[in-house]
Every structure is written in structure tokens, then in C-alpha cells.
Design a protein around this ligand. Structure first.
Ligand code: ADP
Ligand code: MG
Length: 463
């Protein structure tokens, strides 16, 4: 970002903003998965601070949409806390720095500036997610083998490939690996990696801007379509319909499709026509790795990070964290950071000291307002933007109040910070909502059941 773009009045304010932004990055890096963090958040910059307004620049429309919808509340809260004043945040698009185009992911090279109507549909591929550093074990062997076969001959073996399983078990990693390997083996192949969320966003934007023709043309030119987290389409009827047609068009041309989801096709509440198509191909699940695989993953990761770890330490971590590779990795990174900060070596005792509280499978996951909003939006099929918005219709007001109630129950956030996370409401609104839900809970058993389920889900750390 050039200095010209900074319009900060004083150096001090700029420094304060920079520091606060760095803090926000730290916090967000803990909440957001790595490729998304690297692609969308690290590339964003605070570019100006005037009259309480912080302007954040992003380089793609998707990044702008994604930060606005998911993270702006948290960013605002952290900036306020660190700058000690009230702040509004505006996310802006700076054209011309789109990180990746379809199949131009590798190698990184300077790109011509895309026109605004030439926005690519593929999300960036993270070159750290490749086949070389994917550790294979009994619980992901099938998914890995299918992924590799597809990368070597797209459209010729299993089509579609449907990979499902819980969070943090390598689904996204495999998708990126397939995409990159295919680009290397078949230069010029048009690879598009999208999430269910990105597809929805592209479609809605195309509808709004009367550009569905262009949308369809782009999607129908794909050779290898990687669709991550397809469960996002549940309940979005028009998008699902469009997805169905896109799917058929790509499939009928003999092109390869790979899908992932947090659940098996039979458990996805999507159109049965779509489900039967998924079931025509190969279905592979990924499950939590066994102890040996967890140890191998830790070893690989430690080598990659240049950390030397004794077998005792590796064994300790592998026994402590059993169900999620992402958590395994973050434990390692935190331990490493702690040891370097304290200038001490990593022993099993240190590992226990640093990790047991937060990483034990029984430990409470950190719950924040964003997680609550996400679960509530999924449970009630209401967009996050509606939960934060002004609409007063009953089917939105109720989930919104439940979200406030759950934030109050499960997060450390103050009433004002909860209000802020819900679209800038004041603390009395939050209090009112909590009281309302408490009253209802006394009489309404089914509501009590729903809320208990949500609490369990959030406490269990699944999302
Ligand atoms: P999912 O998409 O299933 O939620 P990800 O693919 O995002 O999970 O994986 C979470 C993290 O764990 C990533 O950093 C990924 O590289 C790592 N990971 C998962 N499985 C493996 C594996 N078998 N070998 C190496 N790293 C893995
Ligand atoms: Mg994923």
C-alpha cells in the first residue's frame, strides 16, 4: 500500500491504527482458517482514519463481502479497544489487485489488471496445501487416493468425487492439492475452486447486476470444478437451482467436479435430484486421524516450521488433541511461539503447561459473537446480514434475539460489544432480547431444546 493512500492526520494516529490493526490480525488469525486468512485478511489494509472512520481496503469483491459479513464487528471492536475511541469501519474495494485468476494460481506472476466485470470466479489456491505435505493414514486414505487419481486424470476416473467429514480434517487441503496438481500436469486447464459461500455470493451479485449471462458463461467454461463446503447451499433455493444447472452443464461436458461437505450426501437437505447426482460418483469420508497419523502430521508440520521437537512432546500433543488436525497445528504453533518468547526449550512439561487448558478435548473452545451468529444463522436459515440488519419480521427477530441471548450466555462480550456485533444495537436492546428469551424459555420447551442444542454445538467447538 503506498503512503499516498494514507490520509491520516497525525503520525501518532497512524501508528496507533497500525498497532491496532496488527492486533486485529492476530485475533482474526485464530478465528479464520489459514487460506482464507492469507487470502482475504492479510491482503486487506487500513488505508485511512478520519473522523472516527477507518477505511479498510481489500483487493477483491469477495474479500470485501466476506470481511463485511463475517468480521467487521470483531475488527471494529478490536480497533476501538486499542485506539481508545469510537470507530466505524468501512470496507472498500481497491480495483486491480485481484490475487488470482482461474488456473493462473501457480506460479505467482504479475497479472494484467482485471476489469471490474472480469472478476475471476476461482478463489485463490494456497500452495501450502499440496499432496506432498498431506499425511495419509487409515482415516483419509480413500479420499487421498481419489484426490490424487483425479489430479492425474481429471474427468476420467471418479466423477464427481464427494468428500465429507468433520471440521479440520483436510477436506480443503485436498481440494487445493487437486487444483494445483492439475494445473501443473495440465497447463492451461481451467481450474475453479469455489466455496458454497462464494458460489452463492457470485450468483446473487450476478442477479443483482443483471449479469447472469456472464456468470453462466464463466461457470460453463470450467474444466475442473472444486466446490468446497457445499452445505452452505442448504436453504438457498434459487442458488441451489442455479447450482443444479451449473453442475449439469459442467458434468455433461465431461468435466471433473469435486465437492466437499461437512456431512454425507444423504444427510444434506438439498434437492434429491442433486443428491442422486452426487451419489453417482465416488463418495469418500475423512475421519479424525489415529494416533500414529497425528504424530506424523505433527512431525511434518514441525519440520516445515523448522521446530525441533522431541518424540515425548509429539506424543503428548498427539494424545491431547484427537479429533481435529487444525487444532493439532495451532497447538504446535502456540507452543513454539511460547517457547521462543520465553527463550526456553520445548519439553513435555512445558507442553502440558501451555496446552492442557485450551487444547484438551474437554477444554472449552473460545466462543465469540461471530461463531454464535454463524450457528444461529445456519440453524434458522437466516442470513448473517439479516441477523445484524433492521428487518422486524418475526422469523428474523426471534433468531436475532436468540443470538443475543447466546452471546450473553456463552461469550465474554459486554452488552455493548454484543450489540455492536449484532449490527450496532445498543446495550438496552441486548438486555431486552435476553429477558425476552429468558421469559420464553420458561414456557416453551421446544425453544429450550433448540437453544440447548445450539449451546452444545457451540461448546463442542463445531462450526
Ligand atoms: P477441513 O476443510 O476438513 O475443515 P482443512 O483442509 O482446512 O480442513 O485442514 C485444516 C488444517 O489441517 C490445514 O492446515 C491442513 O493443512 C491440515 N491438515 C488436515 N489434514 C491433514 C493431513 N492429513 N496432513 C497434513 N495436514 C493436514
Ligand atoms: Mg474446509
Amino acid at each position: 500500500m503506498s503512503d499516498k493512500q494514507l490520509q491520516l492526520g497525525e503520525d501518532d494516529a497512524y501508528l496507533a491504527l497500525q498497532n491496532a490493526w496488527e492486533r486485529a490480525l492476530e485475533v482474526l488469525s485464530e478465528h479464520v482458517n489459514k487460506p482464507s486468512f492469507e487470502s482475504w485478511i492479510k491482503t486487506a489494509r487500513p488505508i485511512a482514519f478520519e473522523d472516527g472512520l477507518v477505511r479498510i481496503s481489500t483487493t477483491s469483491r469477495f474479500a470485501k463481502h466476506w470481511i463485511e459479513n463475517k468480521h467487521v464487528g470483531l475488527i471494529q471492536e478490536i480497533l476501538e479497544e486499542h485506539m481508545g475511541c469510537k470507530i466505524r469501519v468501512r470496507v472498500e474495494l481497491v480495483e486491480g489487485e485481484e490475487p488470482v485468476l482461474l488456473s493462473e494460481t501457480l506460479p505467482k506472476k504479475p497479472k494484467p489488471q482485471p476489469k471490474s466485470d472480469d472478476e475471476p470466479i476461482s478463489l485463490p489456491l494456497n500452495n501450502q496445501y499440496n499432496f506432498e505435505n498431506f499425511v495419509v493414514g487409515p482415516t483419509n486414505r480413500l479420499a487421498h487416493a481419489c484426490a490424487l487419481a483425479i489430479a492425474e486424470s481429471p474427468g476420467k476416473t471418479y466423477n464427481p468425487l464427494f468428500v465429507y467429514g468433520g471440521p479440520g480434517l483436510g477436506k480443503t487441503h485436498l481440494m487445493h492439492a487437486i487444483g494445483q496438481q492439475a494445473i501443473i500436469s495440465f497447463p492451461g486447464m481451467r481450474v475453479a475452486y469455489v466455496s458454497g459461500e462464494a458460489f452463492t455470493y457470485h450468483y446473487i451479485t450476478a442477479l443483482r447486476e443483471h449479469r447472469t449471462g456472464e456468470f453462466r458463461r464463466k461457470y460453463r467454461s470450467i474444466d475442473l470444478w472444486l466446490v468446497d463446503d457445499i452445505q452452505f447451499l442448504i436453504g438457498k433455493e434459487r442458488t441451489e437451482e442455479e447450482f443444479f444447472h451449473t453442475y449439469n452443464a459442467i458434468y455433461d461436458m465431461g468435466k471433473q467436479i469435486v465437492l466437499t461437505s461437512d456431512r454425507a450426501p444423504k444427510d444434506l437437505q438439498l434437492d434429491t435430484r442433486l443428491l442422486s447426482r452426487f451419489e453417482c460418483g465416488m463418495i469418500a469420508d475423512v475421519a479424525p486421524p489415529d494416533l500414529e497419523t497425528r504424530m506424523a502430521i505433527l512431525q511434518t508440520k514441525a519440520e516445515y516450521e523448522n521446530m525441533s521437537l522431541s518424540n515425548d512432546v509429539i506424543l503428548y500433543i498427539a494424545k491431547l488433541i484427537t479429533s481435529n488436525v487444525r487444532r493439532l497445528e495451532s497447538a504446535l504453533i502456540q507452543l513454539h511461539a511460547y517457547a521462543s518468547l520465553m527463550k526456553t526449550s520445548v519439553t513435555p512439561t512445558l507442553a502440558e503447561e501451555v496446552l492442557s487448558k485450551h487444547f484438551g478435548e474437554g477444554a472449552d473452545p473460545v466462543i465469540d459473537a461471530q461463531k454464535v451468529l454463524l450457528e444461529v444463522s445456519k440453524r434458522f436459515n437466516v442470513d448473517m446480514s439479516d441477523l445484524k440488519g433492521k428487518c422486524r419480521s418475526a422469523d428474523i427477530v426471534m433468531p436475532r434475539q436468540i443470538a443475543m441471548y447466546l452471546c450473553r450466555e456463552l461469550t465474554d462480550g459486554s452488552l455493548p460489544s454484543i450489540g455492536k456485533a449484532l449490527g450496532g444495537r445498543d446495550h438496552s436492546t441486548v438486555l431486552h432480547a435476553c429477558k425476552k428469551i429468558e421469559q420464553k424459555l420458561e414456557k416453551d420447551k421446544s425453544l429450550a431444546g433448540t437453544i440447548a442444542e445450539l449451546e452444545k454445538l457451540l461448546r463442542g467447538g463445531k462450526s
